[in-house]
Structures are given as structure tokens and as C-alpha cells.
Ligand binder design. Sequence first.
Ligand code: PAF
Length: 283
Amino acid sequence: MSGPIVVDSVAALRAQIRDWRREGFKVAMVPTMGALHDGHISLVRIALERAERCVVSIFVNPTQFAPTEDLDKYPRQLARDLDRLREAGAHLAFTPGVAEMYRPGFATRISVGGPSSGLETDFRPTFFDGVATVVAKLFLQAAPDCAVFGEKDYQQLCVVRQLCRDLDLPVEIIGAPTVRDSHGLAMSSRNAYLSETELAIARKLNVVLRQTAAELTSGADEASAVGEAAQALVRAGFRKVDYVAAREAVTLGPWRRDRDGRLLAAAWLGTTRLIDNVEILSA
Ligand code: PAF
């Protein structure tokens, strides 16, 4: 099977998509930062079920990294990514350089309110501005019919939905279930940083979250349950817990027992920060 068409300019991307539109094809997009794992490939599969053509962007977006974060060390492995996209049947890989996405003098930022407040923003205050700006650019460049985002980055998914709603971007946002290893650890490009010992600890994150979500559904007090979950993570070996929080599933406002919710967490293992989330079923 031949691999995806690889383009690194917006002009070439638009030309190809224009051709596909002329042929009557629907286009689905999967925005990524590369270092593709099974989680990303599951997004490509969903995209291929929704549209005749699947575009995957691979761009390590500098504007969503704070100066103290892992931009330089973020894994970059384009040849391997293209192999994985060929196996998965993606049609086009958009691999722009930084200068193509952020031309000299670039001076625009998109700031989404609502679901971006709190959680990640408390610890990474500029993160969602960077994500919203690059996702809006990708949507304007590719003009896909739909785009697939993983529920692993649950707050990001909610922010992207809000972005499209608020800016009337005609892109259907599809949320895809988190892909986990056999121990329940959510697939993440950052898992590559973990030692064997850290991996064993990382696998406790989903266990603690699932147990706490079940307790909340059964009527446990919210503050005690999330406090106990944070302590359990520290006891399991996490160096620091940024947050464990129960939220309403759509707006990410305060959790209500009569609505479906989401239990979200971020915690550190050494210098690696992991995030995960699980559903809280309404009582
Ligand atoms: O989830 C990611 O990989 C990134 O935040 C995204 C959506 C590709 C934007 O850079």
C-alpha cells in the first residue's frame, strides 16, 4: 500500500483538498503533534469511517508550550509516523515547519473561555490559547468536514468544541475514546519518557480514577473523595498531584450528581506530567 501524500505547505494542502472536493470526497482531519501511538491510530480509523479522505497534521506546536516545558525534548519521529499512517490508510500528512505556521510578524492569539478555565489552565496558563490558535489555523487551512480528537485530552476536546461553536467554524468535532494499554494506562506520547519503575506507578492513575468515579456515583462526598484520590496517587509514587477534580461533562463547570460528569487528574512522575480522566456516571 502506498503511503500518505506528504505536504509541508498550506498552498499544497489546499490544492490537494480542493482536488478531493471536486471529486466529491468528504475530508476528516486528525490534528497531532506526531510521535504517533495506537491512540492516534484509533483517531485515524474513526476519521476513515466518517470521510473518504483523512488528513493527519503533524506539527509540534511551539505556542502551546511554556518556556519551562518539554518543547525541545518532545519526541519527533516523522519517518516512523509516516509508516504508521501508511499502515492505517491515512491519505495525507500535513507536516508544516514552524515558519509555515507562524510567519514572521505573527501576532494573533485565540483565547477560549468557558471550559478552558481551571484544571490545566491553573498550571499551564497559556496552553489552551496555543491549542485554540493552532487548531483554528489548521481548520481554516484544511477546511475539513470533521475532525477527531481523543478524550484522553478531555479539557482540550471541550475547548475545541467551544472554539468551533463560538467562531462558527463548520467542522464537526468527534470525541474518541481513550486507548489504554492492558493495565489501563492511557496512551500518550509522553509515556516514552517513563522508566520501567515509573511506568508501573503510572498504571495506578487510571485505577485510582476509576475507583474514585465509582465512589462518587455511589454517593461519596466530593471533596473527601477527590482529596483521598490525590493522596492515593502520592502513596502510589507520584511526585506531585496538580489536580484531581470532578466536573460536569460538557461545560466542565462544577460537577452535579444528576448529570454525567468527568473526573480529571494531572500528576507528576519525576519530570513527566501525566493527565487522564474517566467518566462519572450520574446517580
Ligand atoms: O493534542 C495534541 O496533540 C495537540 O494539542 C493538538 C490538538 C494537535 C494541537 O497542537
